[in-house]
Design a binder for this molecule. Sequence first.
Ligand code: SF4
Ligand code: SF4
Length: 83
Amino acid sequence: MSAKDIKIKTLLGYVKLYNLNLQVMFVSIEVNRYKCGYCGACVGVCPAGALELVETWIEVDETCSSCGRCAKICPVGAIMVIR
Ligand code: SF4
Ligand code: SF4
């Protein structure tokens, strides 16, 4: 392995670590898919438009501000806010 190979490997390591940090920052709510009844109520109240009902799954994007409105309206308590 040359010195160049080692540098490239190290760079990939940083990129991987950076992606991991970004992903952790974006996680702001957790939806329990076993409890969720896919009623869509949470999607309607999100002020950021961060939620989307995709077939039988709720997806959250990075615009979520952890305000908690979705968790309050959910009739089955399927959403947990992570602050
Ligand atoms: S916590 Fe607030 S901003 Fe985030 S998904 Fe729920 S309603 Fe939207
Ligand atoms: S309000 Fe609750 S049950 Fe309804 S779609 Fe959202 S997470 Fe699922």
